[in-house]
Design a protein around this ligand. Structure first.
Ligand code: 13P
Length: 287
């Protein structure tokens, strides 16, 4: 049984940008994450996007994932959107659409622009026919473990003219340009290319997606939202907190074997990370 969300990814992001807030994509790494995300979304009256990476679809299993998301959607009064994060190729993205994802990201950013445009356009055609929204990526969003020089960093950033063409020729619903953020925890302060962000939003007219939301200073988040960011992805901060609490609980009680007794406190702890992000992004009290 497929349960549609109460609002589409495209509609939710459009509303966010129009009203000066951003919707959080919180990554789903297991059942406890799903419960934490959905409980906080309900408590905060906030729409949320459940981000699922390819590795998480494999870890959890596509069939379990859809059943879990459907249970959450039936229970919640706020929009819960099941989203494929960094879909690596056309076939995998189609598999996710057929399985029942509400929105998909196709990440063709490692390919030459022409190829990225061509595949993203095919994804959009198929996805839109199925009522599914699409996020496209341009430029290269790195990981903080990547050692990059200033010149390399500059080369990884999305170009405004290319972003404009990418948006026009693909028909995507939201654009994820590389703007200087990275996946993982930062060693120093991330340098966000705010000028490019503003220009890309203005020239494409699309909600901008900020990947690598963990560890970005609050003032940078607020500035990014004011310039057109409508969705912010957060994963590492929740994972770090989850693991910290599991580790601490097991260190304090080395004989503990009931997994609910260390996973439960970790689930409670990440609720507060997610709540703080939702409030910072301003998506609370919207439903
Ligand atoms: P972080 O893990 O850095 O929060 O990034 C998450 C992300 O962008 C997922 O696509």
């Amino acid at each position: 049984m497929y349960v549609p969300p109460k609002a589409s990814y495209a509609e939710v992001l459009k509303d966010a940008v129009k009203n000066g807030y951003a919707v959080g994509q919180f990554n789903l790494n297991g059942l406890e994450y799903l419960q934490a995300i959905v409980e906080v979304a309900e408590e905060e009256r906030s729409p949320v996007i459940l981000g699922v990476s390819v590795s998480s679809t494999k870890y959890i299993g596509l069939d379990y994932l859809i059943a879990l998301a459907n249970a959450a959607k039936l229970k919640a009064r706020v929009p819960i959107i099941l989203h494929l994060d960094h879909g690596p190729d056309f076939d995998f993205v189609m598999k996710a659409i057929r399985a029942g994802f509400d929105s998909v990201m196709y990440d063709g950013s490692e390919h030459p622009l022409e190829e990225n445009i061509a595949t993203t356009r095919r994804v959009v055609e198929a996805a839109h026919a199925a009522g599914v929204s699409v996020e496209g990526e341009i430029g290269r969003i790195g990981g903080t473990e990547d050692e990059v020089s200033v010149d390399e960093r500059e080369a990884m950033l999305a170009r405004v003219d290319e972003a404009e063409r990418f948006a026009r020729e693909t028909g995507i619903d939201a654009i994820a340009p590389a703007l200087g953020t990275a996946h993982g925890m930062y060693k120093g302060r991330p340098e966000i290319a705010f000028d490019r962000l503003e220009a890309i939003h203005k020239r494409t007219g699309l909600p901008v997606v900020l990947h690598g939301g963990s560890g970005v200073p609050e003032e940078d988040i607020r500035r990014a939202i004011a310039l057109g960011v409508g969705k912010i992805n957060v994963n590492t901060e929740s994972q770090v907190e989850f693991s910290r609490v599991v580790r601490k609980t097991l260190e304090e009680k080395p004989d503990l074997y009931d997994s609910r007794k260390y996973l439960g406190p970790a689930r409670e702890a990440i609720k507060e990370i997610i709540r703080a992000k939702i409030r910072l992004f301003g998506s609370n009290n919207r439903f």
